[in-house]
Design a protein. Structure first.
Length: 408
């Protein structure tokens, strides 16, 4: 009989522990001893570039609700394989590859010693992920075993009466010679003079955090209301706005962990918070819409941070006092209620009066589209902001003598 595909499920490579785990997996899948034609690569050496002489690899995720397996598209496979073979970074963001807004919200945690990869969605939601080595002569399909435990997961071995087999045809696998290509990143022209952190910068950042901690200070992250500020350091305090408590904590976590960026979702849009050099700041970048703005981290006392985060809820309360129906309303674009997202600017369209998150409707404003609810024509220059003051849109000229501001 023709040989079947034996998937080699490997944790993130880096040490002798990897060799031990891979050896156990070879035993599970019957790969110990000689390798038959069509089986996947069983090499346990940590990959450091180049390609396996036995074939290539695919990456698969499972829908926890249905148990369906999905192959990642070639552009994502290239990014995952580059990070896997280099041994870093652990978090791989899937956005910015021209695959649409869904992928802009996704990242894959490659896992540490003995851990399996996990897909994460900004705002919540996880999926099991596996890397599968495929021999050149193997059948063009993937066979994996899955199990339902409060949601479908991938099982690393079959369990009679418990697991089920899933089969996915292999399509559009990338060439292994492409794995050495650099991962795409925003161009220099788009980011201007932005400087990516060096190892020395990260050491200086860690020292700054240590000093802040010793002085009893905590960080709070703010985004600049002025879209194209030439000198953000000289802007008045009211030109800076705080993130929600959830987003603030996510950004601070990545900053403290020595990451080069954090990924957050605001409404239907996804942003990269890119940390610059050794500074306590950087850029908020929406690669898809080619928008960016400055962000900064201010060391403050814990009480001051709490007060600043509570101010966003106060702004929403004021808007609710003006329009009580806002308390139970939601943005029809992202389906999040305004009450649950107090830090997000809420706008009201002139004429029809329909309300949305400013971030969600930004793309419509840029293209001067009609209202998504009633298709009424909209003069985007007259859009009113209800919960956060002094916010307009990028295609709206500022009043004479005023700074140019835009929605988040």
């Amino acid at each position: 009989p023709s040989p079947s595909l034996n998937p080699q499920l490997e944790p993130h490579p880096s040490s002798a522990m990897f060799n031990s785990v891979a050896s156990e997996l070879r035993t599970i899948f019957g790969l110990s001893g000689s390798r038959s034609a069509g089986s996947s690569s069983s090499s346990a050496a940590a990959p450091t570039g180049g390609s396996s002489p036995h074939g290539t690899a695919v990456w698969v995720s499972i829908d926890p609700r249905t148990g369906d397996l999905s192959l990642y598209p070639p552009a994502v496979v290239l990014a995952l394989e580059q990070a896997y073979r280099a041994g870093r970074p652990r978090q791989v963001h899937l956005g910015g590859r021209g695959l649409g807004s869904l992928y802009d919200q996704l990242s894959v945690d490659l896992g540490g010693h003995g851990e399996t990869p996990t897909q994460k969605r900004a705002g919540g939601g996880k999926r099991d992920v596996r890397r599968i080595e495929v021999a050149d002569a193997a059948p063009r399909e993937v066979r994996l075993h899955v199990v339902r435990e409060r949601g479908w997961r991938i099982s690393d071995e079959p369990i009679p009466g418990v697991t089920e087999e899933r089969v996915v045809p292999l399509t559009a696998m990338p060439s292994v010679t492409d794995f050495a290509a650099p991962a795409p990143r925003p161009g220099r022209e788009f980011l201007g003079t932005f400087r990516h952190p060096t190892p020395e910068d990260l050491q200086e950042r860690a020292a700054t955090i240590e000093r802040d901690d010793a002085n009893g200070m905590v960080g709070i992250w703010e985004w600049c209301r002025v879209a194209e500020a030439h000198d953000p350091g000289n802007l008045s305090p009211e030109m800076w706005a705080v993130y929600s408590a959830e987003h603030d904590a996510e950004i601070e976590k990545s900053f403290r962990a020595g990451e080069t960026k954090a990924l957050i979702a605001i409404g239907i849009r996804t942003y990269e918070i890119m940390f610059e050099g050794a500074t306590a700041g950087g850029r908020q970048v929406d690669t898809r819409h080619k928008k960016r703005r400055f962000v900064r981290r201010r060391p403050v006392r814990a009480a001051e941070r709490e007060a600043a985060l509570q101010a966003a809820e106060s702004a929403l309360s004021a808007a609710v006092a003006e329009d009580p129906s806002l308390a139970d309303a939601e943005c029809v674009i992202c389906a999040d209620s305004f009450a649950d997202t107090p830090a997000m600017p809420v706008i009201r369209l002139p004429g029809c009066g329909h309300r949305f998150h400013g971030a969600c409707v930004q793309d419509l404003a840029d293209k001067r589209k009609t209202c998504p609810c009633c298709r009424a024509e909209v003069n985007w220059r007259e859009v009113k902001t209800m919960a956060t003051p002094t916010v307009t849109f990028t295609n709206s000229p500022p009043p004479p003598g005023a700074a140019h501001v835009e929605s988040i």
